[in-house]
Design a protein around this ligand. Structure first.
Ligand code: ZN
Length: 368
């Protein structure tokens, strides 16, 4: 029997952003359509686990929602009050592109509750590792505002709680969502004991954060690593970045817990990203981080679901990640895996290698 925890709750799928054209980009010629961040990619991941049978090998948990006390370790009371008031009225916008409708407070606190429970169970050794199927996502949310479809900072809330309760001390957070993990960066920018890494498409979202030169401040200098890759990066570029820079930096930090902010929008099928990964790439990255976790911290690894907007392809990528976490033999056939791998420009390109090599040299200077 696997000891991989799987944290989910149907209520998370009931979060409603409203239609595009109501909140995000009203315009005379924009026919309203469903928001990009729909529940279907996540619900279909849960469903494929049921159909393949993989879910029967997981320790399935429906934990309680996050409490206000837990949320207040990261978020300001002003922002939490505003969200609750909007939820009781007609909905609103949590900040920058974070629309919500009534009912979203319950979904968002439930989503944070999934991350909290997953981190606690792994930190305490109750399960070997865990996957939290969070929705709404969290990695863009900041202390005083929501951003980029994110209302509450699921990972910062969970990590701050675990550290406050003495369940973990040195935590590494690796974000491979195609968008910059600005929420984690801001939460721990001055903290030398939480290492935040983000590998993302340069200047996609947010536009004002995610540069390589953002490396932490004060005591936190050298505990934030951004790799803003150019659009069009595929299997070769991600493998090179992981093997030469991300994984060695992760291991050198010697965390006692690793959390992955796992977006799937760097996949080749995503409408909001311009990268070229397939499901095998997500499985490979998961195996690589799992191996580091086994060497550093008895395998303590929590994977938290973030973005990913291809309703058809996210479930295949997610299944590959969870199968790898669980070390299960239950796989599902991905009919697009080989096709995507055969696309042109999948190999490491000279301009990609030059960028990564340059960062590698500068990072060694920073952390010397
Ligand atoms: Zn994203």
């Amino acid at each position: 029997m696997s000891s991989t925890g799987f944290y989910w709750h149907e209520r998370c799928f009931w979060h409603d952003q409203g239609a595009i054209g109501v909140f995000s980009a009203p315009g005379e010629f924009l026919q309203p359509q469903a928001a990009s961040e729909s529940p279907e990619s996540k619900r279909r991941l849960k469903n494929i686990l049921e159909v393949s049978g993989l879910i029967d090998e997981l320790h399935v948990v429906k934990p309680p929602a996050a409490t206000l006390a837990d949320l207040k370790r990261f978020h300001t009371p002003r922002y939490l009050d505003e969200l609750q008031a909007g939820d009781k009225a007609q909905g609103g916008n949590g900040g920058d592109c974070a629309p919500y409708m009534p009912g979203s407070w319950a979904a968002a606190t439930q989503s944070a509750g999934l991350a909290i429970a997953a981190v606690e169970a792994v930190a305490l050794g109750e399960v070997a590792n865990a996957y939290a199927l969070c929705r709404p996502p969290g990695h863009h949310a900041e202390a005083d505002q929501g951003r980029g479809f994110c209302l509450l900072g699921n990972i910062p809330v969970a990590v701050m709680r675990a550290r406050a309760l003495g369940q973990a001390n040195r935590v590494a957070i690796l974000d491979w969502d195609v968008h910059h993990g600005n929420g984690q960066q801001a939460a721990f920018y001055h903290d030398p004991d939480v290492f935040t890494i983000s590998i993302h498409q340069a200047a996609n979202y947010p536009l004002d954060t995610g540069g390589f030169d953002e490396q932490g401040e004060g005591a936190g200098l050298g505990a934030n690593l951004n790799l803003p890759l150019p659009p069009g990066c595929g299997l070769g570029a991600y493998a090179y970045a992981m093997e030469t820079l991300v994984l060695p930096a992760l291991e050198a930090f010697a965390p006692d817990l690793i959390v992955v902010a796992c977006g799937y929008d760097a996949c080749a099928k995503d409408p909001l990203g311009k990268m070229l990964l397939n499901s095998q790439a997500f499985a490979t990255m998961t195996a690589q981080v799992k191996a580091v976790a086994e060497r550093c911290c008895s395998g303590k690894l929590v994977v938290v679901h973030e973005g990913g907007y291809s309703e058809g392809y996210v479930p295949l990528c997610g299944h590959a990640v969870i199968q790898t976490l669980a070390g299960s033999q239950i796989s599902v056939f991905d009919p697009q895996n080989e096709e995507i791998a055969a696309w042109g420009y999948q190999s490491l390109q000279p301009h990609q290698q030059a960028l990564i090599d340059g960062w590698h040299q500068q990072w060694e200077q920073t952390t010397r």
